[in-house]
Ligand binder design. Structure first.
Ligand SMILES: Cc1cc2nc3c(=O)[nH]c(=O)nc-3n(C[C@H](O)[C@H](O)[C@H](O)COP(=O)(O)OP(=O)(O)OC[C@H]3O[C@@H](n4cnc5c(N)ncnc54)[C@H](O)[C@@H]3O)c2cc1C
Ligand code: FES
Length: 260
């Protein structure tokens, strides 16, 4: 069945999994066909609508990982398995998966930035090699702990928190300091993806450039304030660029000029 991406479609919740106190993963029964890095507009009648990245997908389902921050997301977090919401999409360009096939790929994800790259990490066998640098504020903020353990079996995972606690025996420190420690044999051939809060992206990209990774090999994804998601309202516009239509994924050669 072809789904009209401009019309809200009903989608039934088939699983709800708390990741942290404020981040829940919802698996939805739905016929939409997203690709890695795309987003949907989630709507609740009489409440509102908001853009959310697709964190994973398959035949007849897709997944979202949603942080409770306000009007719509507060209500979403109260929903249970069997409840129905509405989604429009998928929207946005997503990651150019063909670009990464067979290449050495490094993904740097900060906080909820791990959600939009989760589905591409699950396809790790498509790349020549894969390293994930995942950074969170504290151990209580770590997303997808089960998945991280599985990923560690398949590829190089560097997990770090800004501040540890008595039970944390892993890495402590910002992602940027772990970028410095990467041993990149051929930095000019590595493909880098950086997703996270704006400051994290800015400084992480600088570290990769410092290692010799060319700008054209760096991809970022913007979680900019959006409303309609389809190029009508102008909320996401930077100069002449509609981030909802031309992004949210951008090559750094383009993204570096998209600062307002
Ligand atoms: C492409 C894209 C992908 C995204 N993907 C995800 C994702 O995968 N997961 C996710 O959790 N989020 C994601 N987001 C962010 C998400 O869209 C927002 O968090 C969401 O719009 C919040 O909606 P809300 O109605 O719950 O919050 P709102 O009520 O709109 O509040 C949003 C923020 O504004 C603040 N705020 C609200 N009212 C006021 C006020 N009166 N004064 C000051 N501050 C106020 C709130 O504290 C909160 O921080 C994405 C955004 C984009 C653009
Ligand atoms: S979100 Fe409305 S134009 Fe981009």
């Amino acid at each position: 069945m072809t789904v009209n991406p401009y019309l809200p479609q009903s989608a039934k919740i088939i699983s709800v999994k708390p990741q942290t106190a404020v981040d829940y993963t919802f698996i939805m029964e739905s016929e939409i066909k997203p690709t890695s890095g795309q987003f949907v507009e989630v709507s609740l009648p009489k409440v509102g609508e908001c853009p959310i990245s697709v964190s994973d997908f398959g035949e007849g389902w897709f997944e979202m990982t949603i942080r409770r921050v306000g009007k719509v997301t507060n209500v979403l977090h109260q929903l249970k398995v069997g409840d129905v919401i509405f989604v429009r999409g998928p929207y946005g360009n997503g990651f150019l998966m063909d670009k990464y096939r067979g290449k050495e790929v490094v993904v740097a994800a900060g906080g909820t930035g791990l959600a939009p790259v989760k589905s591409m990490l699950n396809r790790s066998r498509e790349y020549g090699g894969l390293t994930l640098l995942a950074g969170f504020k504290s151990p209580a903020d770590v997303l997808f702990p089960d998945q991280l353990k599985m990923w560690e079996q398949d590829f190089n995972v560097i997990l770090t928190v800004d501040r540890g606690d008595d039970n944390w025996h892993g890495n402590v420190g910002l992602i940027t300091q772990y970028v410095k420690s990467l041993q990149l044999a051929k930095p000019d051939e590595v493909e880098v993806i950086v997703v996270g809060p704006p400051l994290m992206m800015k400084f992480t990209v600088q570290e990769f450039l410092g290692l010799g990774v060319p700008e054209k090999n760096i991809t970022v994804s913007f979680e900019r304030k959006m409303c309609c998601g389809i190029g009508k309202c102008g909320h996401c516009k930077i100069d002449d660029t509609y981030v909802c239509l031309e992004g949210p994924v951008f090559n750094y050669t383009r993204a570096k000029g998209l600062i307002d």
